[in-house]
Design a protein. Structure first.
Length: 99
């Protein structure tokens, strides 16, 4: 709701992200506690990609060594904010669709 650019492309993304829930195929996650993380072809400019990242995904191991501070996710994920955990993660297929 607060990002006007994402709002312009929200209906063209491969999942539904609303004020109360984030839906990925037949799975639902509360928007208040979960956030999507993804890379996807930009629906507004096919020569670019959209990257949405809510922050680091390596917090548990990241304090031990900077060697652990690299992305650990595939093409998309649902991140549970309070628990600092990944609730769902996978790769898109060759047509950028959720498997």
């Amino acid at each position: 709701q607060s990002n006007k650019l994402l709002a312009r492309m929200a209906d063209k993304l491969p999942f539904l992200w609303g004020p109360s829930a984030l839906q990925v195929r037949d799975k639902f996650f509360p928007s208040a506690t979960h956030a999507p993380v993804f890379i996807f072809p930009n629906p507004l400019n096919p020569n670019r990609y959209v990257v949405v990242n809510s922050g680091f995904t390596f917090a548990a191991a990241g304090f031990a060594s900077n060697a652990q501070q690299t992305p650990k996710l595939p093409d998309y994920a649902v991140f549970e904010i309070a628990g600092n955990t990944v609730a769902l993660a996978d790769f898109f297929d060759e047509q950028w669709q959720i498997k």
